[in-house]
Write a protein that binds this ligand. Structure first.
Ligand SMILES: *Cc1c(COP(=O)(O)O)cnc(C)c1O
Length: 391
C-alpha cells in the first residue's frame, strides 16, 4: 500500500471488502457507542466510542498514511485539535507563536489558555532568528507554534530552519498548522516538526459540510499523551463526520491540483487589475517568501489574499457584488468564498496589531474553489468594475 503514489493512496484508503461480512467496498459507519467485550475486563479492540471508534480509526489511519506519520488523532474541530496540543503543557509554561495565525487560534491563545497560567509571545517567524531570541528570553517555553502559509496573509516561514533551532532546546515541541496546504503539498514532520495540526473542516474534507480537526505526530510519548487527553477530556468527533471526511479525502489530490491551478490564474489576473493594490500568493514570484515556499512545499492551495484600492466600504461593496463567489467565512471548500478578515475571521485581533501585521480593512481573503477559473475571474472582474474607483 504505502509504496503507492499520493493519488492512489487517497483512492484506495480503507478499501478492504474482506473485512466486512457483506464485502462492502466502502467501510460501514460505526455509530455504536459500545462494543461487545471478550470478557468483563477485556475488549476485542473497541470498548467505548469516546476512547476509540471504528469510523474514527479508519479516518485516523487514512490521515496518517497521507501524512507519512506514525500517528494521527481526530477531534471535533480544528480548534479542539490545537487545544489538545496546548493541553500537553502545564501551568507556568510558555508558547512562542507566529504573529499571523488564524483569528480563532489567536483568540484561544489569548482568552482561554492564560486561565491555565500559560502565556504566549507572538513573533515574526519569517526571520528564524526571532525564534532563537524568543526561546532565550522565555526559557519556560514548551511549544513553538507555526502556521505556514498563514491565515489570512499566506505568510511562509522556513520550517526546517526553525526546527533546527527548536531541536537545540530539549522538551520544546514544534507544532505546525498545515491547514492551508494539506499533506498533498507539504509535510511538516518531514521538515522537522514534532506535531502537525489540521482544521479538517477546510481542504481535507473539502465540501463545507463537516467541522473536524486532527493532529499527526511520530513521537510515541507525544501520541500517548494526546491519546489519553482525548479520552479524558472527550475531544472526540462523531463517527458520521469521520465517515464524511474519509469520503472527502478520496478526492484530496485532484481537488488540491485544481485549487492550485485556479488560484494561480486568479492571482495573476488580480495582479494586473488597476483596482487591486497588492496580491499575496506564495507561488507567484512577487510573494515575499516565494523562495522558501518553493523549497519546502510542492505547491499552493486556493488561498489568495489581496488588497483593494479604498477601505472597508469599497471592500464590502466588492463582496456584495459577487455573483458566483460566496460571501462567507471558512475556506478550502469546492466553492469559492471571500471574506474581510478585519471584520470576520480576525476581528478579535487588536486594532494596532492588525495594522502592524498588514491585516487592514482593504484586505480580502479569497478561497478559490474548483469551479472553472474563467468564471471566477469573470466574477471578480465584474465586481471590481462596479465598485467606486479610488486613485
Ligand atoms: C479554520 C482554521 C482553524 C480552526 O479550525 P476549526 O475547524 O474551525 O475549529 C485553525 N487553523 C486554521 C489555519 C484555520 O483556517
Amino acid at each position: 500500500m504505502s509504496e503507492h503514489k499520493f493519488d492512489t493512496k487517497t483512492v484506495t484508503l480503507g478499501y478492504s471488502p474482506e473485512k466486512w461480512n457483506c464485502y462492502s467496498v466502502v467501510p460501514p459507519i460505526g455509530m455504536s457507542t459500545t462494543f461487545e467485550l471478550e470478557d468483563p475486563s477485556t475488549d476485542k479492540g473497541y470498548l467505548y466510542t469516546r476512547t476509540s471508534n471504528p469510523s474514527r480509526s479508519q479516518l485516523e489511519t487514512g490521515i496518517a498514511l497521507l501524512e507519512d506519520s506514525r500517528y494521527a488523532l481526530c477531534y471535533s474541530s480544528g480548534i479542539c485539535a490545537i487545544g489538545a496540543v496546548v493541553q500537553m503543557l502545564s501551568p507556568g509554561d510558555h508558547i512562542v507563536s507566529d504573529s499571523i495565525i488564524y483569528g480563532g487560534t489567536y483568540h484561544y491563545f489569548n482568552r482561554i489558555v492564560p486561565r491555565s497560567n500559560i502565556t504566549t509571545t507572538y513573533i515574526d517567524t519569517t526571520n528564524p532568528s526571532n525564534v532563537e531570541k524568543a526561546l532565550k528570553e522565555h526559557p519556560n517555553t514548551k511549544l513553538v507554534y507555526l502556521e505556514s502559509p498563514s491565515n489570512p496573509l499566506t505568510t511562509v516561514c522556513d520550517i526546517s530552519k526553525i526546527a533546527q533551532i527548536v531541536k537545540k532546546h530539549e522538551g520544546v515541541i514544534l507544532a505546525v498548522d498545515n491547514t492551508f496546504l494539506t499533506p498533498y503539498f507539504q509535510k511538516p514532520l518531514h521538515l522537522g516538526a514534532h506535531v502537525v495540526a489540521y482544521s479538517l473542516t477546510k481542504y481535507m474534507n473539502g465540501h463545507d459540510d463537516v467541522c473536524m480537526g486532527a493532529v499527526c505526530c511520530n513521537d510515541e510519548e507525544i501520541y500517548l499523551k494526546l491519546k489519553s487527553l482525548q479520552n479524558d477530556t472527550g475531544l472526540n468527533p462523531s463517527p458520521f463526520e469521520c465517515y464524511l471526511t474519509f469520503r472527502g479525502l478520496k478526492t484530496l489530490a485532484i481537488r488540491m491540483r485544481q485549487h492550485m491551478k485556479n488560484s494561480i490564474e486568479v492571482a495573476k489576473f488580480l495582479e494586473t487589475h488597476p483596482k487591486v493594490v497588492k496580491v499575496l500568493h506564495p507561488w507567484l514570484p512577487s510573494h515575499p517568501q516565494h523562495e522558501v515556499a518553493k523549497k519546502q512545499a510542492s505547491g499552493h492551495s486556493g488561498m489568495v489574499a489581496f488588497y483593494v484600492k479604498g477601505g472597508l466600504k469599497e471592500v464590502s461593496d466588492l463582496l456584495k457584488k459577487f455573483k458566483l463567489i460566496g460571501m462567507a467565512a471558512s475556506l478550502g471548500g469546492v466553492h469559492s468564498v471571500a471574506e474581510i478578515p478585519t471584520v470576520l475571521s480576525h476581528a478579535s485581533v487588536p486594532e494596532d496589531m492588525k495594522e502592524q501585521l498588514g491585516i487592514t480593512n482593504n484586505l480580502v481573503r479569497l478561497s478559490v474553489g474548483i469551479e472553472d477559473a474563467e468564471d471566477i475571474i469573470e466574477d471578480l472582474n465584474q465586481a471590481l468594475s462596479v465598485i467606486v474607483s479610488f486613485s
